[in-house]
Design a protein around this ligand. Structure first.
Ligand SMILES: Cc1cc2nc3c(=O)[nH]c(=O)nc-3n(C[C@H](O)[C@H](O)[C@H](O)COP(=O)(O)OP(=O)(O)OC[C@H]3O[C@@H](n4cnc5c(N)ncnc54)[C@H](O)[C@@H]3O)c2cc1C
Length: 474
């Protein structure tokens, strides 16, 4: 069953311990730092009840992203669901419910991977998928470590008790964690073979006793109004550090335990990670479309849209959109079977991994290109929409901030949206997000040397070398 937005919001009012600016947040759905974004996430739940979108988003009563794709057509249908969800926030909400849904479907496609030498988490992984799917739950995940090291600040097992384990330490970055029904905690980077204390994966409710979420600055709270900050006021999904002070985790929520090999394998030997990329590559494509659309509107509002360099700059942006699209379509077309077909299919690995390289490099370039098109008008804006409404100032603003054919109110509205997307603190966070949310470049670039077609590239170059020698004349 899918849940409506109100049911989702009611689930967040569970006494979870969120800290912001030295304040314990009592209700994430009502606090000015979080409430509008919580409402945006709730809107995504309502979308699944909308007859116009339900056939795309829902299959057999369950969110489509939870389904294990069995064919190329299933991958395409899943992408269409990802698109619909991404469009609802113009690509600015990354941890939408379909993100972890796709990851959990990846676990369910290859549960045997969870059977390790020290612990068998296969049934628990299937139960995780079932619980999320049947409850239409929204899960975040934290796989990184504070400061990057495996020291005693990093979350680890400190005791076993009847019925479960006790964990202590921190994990990061918890994007959307304050808005989640569950948080999956694990490790994606390789662990030392003897590092069993850190080698675990589990899912925890945010209201578990001893669990704290330390939130970063809220851009939503800093925003003055939707008119002034249309994105950050509504789509600030937040990033929080998860701190566990002796949190008890029941065994049935433990997916891997004291097993460094299995703890990493669940990401690379199931389709979970590739499913994440399928969702996020689709969202990225949508976000680039949105940004390119902004660029086109800005050039029109500036009256520069006919200038040849501007036409070319827009052409380059549209080329970037096509690249983003091509990576999604190519990953689907190069689909691979999972577990000999028993686990359905997954997007092609080589293309999916390459998408992370492309997106991390393309995004800052696109932002920079659009800022160049926008110029100083992006900054020279009235402090807020209130200036337009002021009886004395309003007429002046309307006179001096418009351009021919573009009334001041429309132009200020457009440029404030552009600033929120390109230049604000929220925008800066998005640039860092697109570069790092799937890991640091040194990690995924190294991985591409394994996933990419190195052998074929090398043999082609070698064939050329082999085709001539010192005495070759043609
Ligand atoms: C906005 C945002 C949201 C995120 N959301 C999530 C989330 O929801 N869940 C989650 O689990 N994670 C999330 N991530 C975290 C992400 O997983 C980590 O940031 C990522 O794994 C990189 O780790 P790190 O930040 O510790 O960087 P580091 O590994 O410390 O790398 C930082 C930089 O240090 C240098 N460096 C470090 N080590 C090496 C090396 N061995 N070789 C060469 N250079 C090196 C490189 O310049 C590298 O870019 C998010 C990140 C961001 C920025």
């Amino acid at each position: 069953m899918t849940r409506c937005g109100q049911e989702y919001l009611a689930g967040l009012r569970d006494g979870r311990e969120i800290w912001l600016d030295g304040e314990r947040v009592k209700d994430v759905t009502a606090h000015p730092a979080f409430r509008s974004t919580a409402a945006s996430f709730a809107g995504l739940h309502d979308l699944a009840d909308d007859p116009a979108h339900r056939p795309v988003l829902v299959q057999g009563g369950v969110r489509r992203a939870y389904a294990v794709p069995r064919s190329y057509e299933d991958l395409v249908a899943r992408r269409q669901a990802f698109r619909t969800t991404a469009e609802a926030s113009y690509g600015y909400l990354g941890r939408t419910p379909d993100y972890m849904a796709a990851g959990a479907a990846g676990f369910a496609a290859a549960p045997d991977v969870f059977t390790g030498g020290t612990f068998d988490g296969a049934e628990h992984a299937l139960a995780f998928h079932r619980r999320l799917a049947e409850g239409d739950l929204h899960a975040a995940f934290t796989l990184g470590n504070p400061g990057g090291g495996e020291d005693d600040r990093t979350l680890r097992v400190v005791a076993e008790r009847d019925g479960g384990i006790v964990v202590r330490g921190a994990k990061t970055v918890g994007t959307g964690a304050v808005f989640a029904d569950e948080i999956l905690v694990g490790t994606i980077e390789p662990l030392a073979p003897d590092d069993t204390a850190h080698a675990l994966t589990f899912s925890v409710r945010p209201d578990a006793p001893g669990l704290k979420l330390i939130s970063r600055t809220s851009y939503e709270e800093r925003s003055r109004s939707v008119f002034d900050h249309p994105l950050s006021s509504r789509y600030d999904e937040n990033d929080a550090m998860l701190v566990c002070e002796d949190v008890f985790v029941p065994w049935e929520r433990v997916l891997t335990y004291r097993d460094p090999v299995t703890t990493g394998a669940i990401w690379w030997q199931t389709p979970a990670y590739l499913n994440f990329v399928h969702q996020s590559a689709t969202r990225f494509w949508t976000k680039l479309e949105f940004l390119t659309g902004l660029a086109i509107l800005i050039t029109r509002s500036h009256g520069t849209e006919q200038l040849p360099p501007v036409v070319q700059a827009v052409g380059r942006l549209l080329g970037m959109v096509a690249q983003a699209k091509a990576f999604v379509l190519a990953a689907e077309a190069s689909y691979e079977q999972v577990d000999g077909g028993r686990g359905g299919v997954r997007p092609g690995q080589e293309i999916s991994h390459a998408q992370r390289i492309m997106a991390g490099e393309l995004y800052p370039r696109a932002v920079q290109d659009i800022k160049l098109l926008a110029g100083g008008a992006l900054v020279q804006l009235p402090a807020s929409g209130r200036d337009l409404l002021h009886p004395e100032l309003g007429p002046l603003v309307r006179r001096y901030f418009g351009t021919p054919g573009h009334p001041a109110e429309d132009r200020v509205k457009l440029l404030k949206l552009a600033w929120d997307a390109l230049g604000s603190e929220f925008a800066g966070r998005h640039e860092q997000y697109e570069r790092f949310y799937h890991g640091a470049p040194h990690v995924y670039l190294t991985m591409q040397t394994r996933a990419g077609a190195a052998e074929r590239c090398e043999s082609l170059a070698q064939a050329c070398l082999d085709g001539y020698g010192l005495g070759t004349t043609r």
